[in-house]
Design a protein around this ligand. Structure first.
Ligand SMILES: Cc1cc2nc3c(=O)[nH]c(=O)nc-3n(C[C@H](O)[C@H](O)[C@H](O)COP(=O)(O)O)c2cc1C
Length: 345
């Protein structure tokens, strides 16, 4: 077997830039990377200081976020001609180690296909919280999103009008509940960046959307007790196009797989010119999450509602970039034998 050249600093930086472009709940970016240059392994760890104890006590949303970053990392590795061998939760003694990605060897037939449009979509995708035009998305594009979810190890259900109304109702119920919990309001607000402030984590007010003037679209209100930050209401699309991402099991590894599937779906949509936004509120209340399950399915664990359509691009949100230590851990150009040990960002 051909031995792959050592990972150089530019490649590592490019892989990490792709990984951190992933969506994450409240833009918490709840990941941390560590490079073992000797084994050419990139470890993905959770960042316990960037969790949401009230909104996400089980850390399911955190795992979805990390899974999305992992999918970007895999795509970027393939783009660089590297074979990403992923092990989820590789060490039972280290629960914070969520994945180990070995980046050696040439690509094999069973790897994620190199897909330039999907790779390009990593940088193009932004959550879009403004009204969509309502133009129907052609069936073949929706079918590709469903296939992407499946390939990523999850399922994507596209409901009819009655099902869509049901899911919106449950999301509205969750949103109403959030409003009556001052602690949750405060937790969410603590991840919103005030105008003029510079921050690497959290959502800037410029990326927030308006409420629906028609009162039908339960977009998340991030502004809570500070209505001064709230935008004037606008009319949202009449025919909402939604998809429910779910899995038949609900273990930690399923959450990591679902995050990868989520990102596969979002990038597929983006590559076809669609905009997306996420409605996760109902998943944050156990009874409402259970109620979003598909009727008649014995084992349906819902994870996310994806709203998709045509419309304006979402505003950019900031990201924390790779720490210089990470560059130092990678081989400099020209490549030299690596230092032993691991470095963390
Ligand atoms: C698990 C998860 C849950 C999310 N829930 C919501 C949500 O309920 N409402 C919303 O507007 N955005 C939601 N988002 C989107 C994030 O706020 C967004 O990804 C983050 O702010 C980064 O922005 P970007 O997606 O434009 O890169 C969610 C993202 C993830 C991964």
């Amino acid at each position: 077997m051909r031995t792959q050249a050592l990972l150089d600093a530019d490649t590592v930086e490019s892989l990490l830039a792709a990984a951190v472009a992933a969506p994450s709940i409240h833009n918490t970016q709840p990941w941390r990377f560590r490079l073992d240059p000797h084994r050419q392994v990139l470890e993905v760890h959770s960042a316990p200081e960037r969790t949401l104890p009230l909104t996400d006590p089980t850390h399911r949303a955190q795992y979805l976020s990390v899974g999305a970053a992992l999918f970007n990392l895999r795509l970027a590795a393939v783009h660089h001609g590297r074979r990403p061998e992923v092990r989820l939760l590789p060490d039972p003694r280290d629960p914070g180690l969520l994945a180990a990605v070995r980046l050696t060897g040439p690509l094999g037939a069973d790897d994620l296909p190199s897909h330039p449009a999907l790779h390009e979509a990593i940088a193009l995708r932004h959550t879009s919280r403004t009204p969509f035009t309502g133009r129907p998305v052609p069936e073949p594009i929706v079918a590709r999103m469903v296939t992407a979810a499946h390939a990523g190890g999850a399922r994507l259900h596209v409901p009819d009008i009655v099902g869509t109304r049901r899911l919106l109702r449950l999301t509205a119920a969750a949103e109403a509940r959030n409003h009556t919990h001052p602690d949750r309001i405060a937790e969410t607000l603590s991840w919103i960046t005030a105008p003029g402030k510079d921050a690497r984590y959290g959502i800037p007010v410029t990326a927030l959307g308006p409420p629906d003037a028609g009162g039908r679209m339960p977009m998340r209100d991030f502004t809570g007790a500070l209505p001064v930050l709230r935008r004037p209401a606008l009319w949202f699309e009449r025919h909402v196009q939604l998809a429910l991402l779910w899995t038949p099991h609900d273990r930690r590894e399923d959450w990591l797989r679902t995050g990868q599937a989520l990102q596969y779906v979002l990038l597929t949509a983006t590559a076809h010119g669609l905009r997306t936004s996420l409605l996760h509120q109902a998943m944050e209340w156990p009874d409402l999450r259970a109620a979003t399950a598909l009727p008649g399915h014995k084992r349906c664990h819902p994870h996310m509602l994806i709203r998709f359509g045509y419309g304006r691009d979402g505003a950019r949100t900031p990201r924390a970039s790779a720490h210089p230590a990470m560059r130092a851990a990678a081989a400099p150009r020209p490549e030299v034998p690596p230092a032993t040990g691991t470095r963390t960002i």
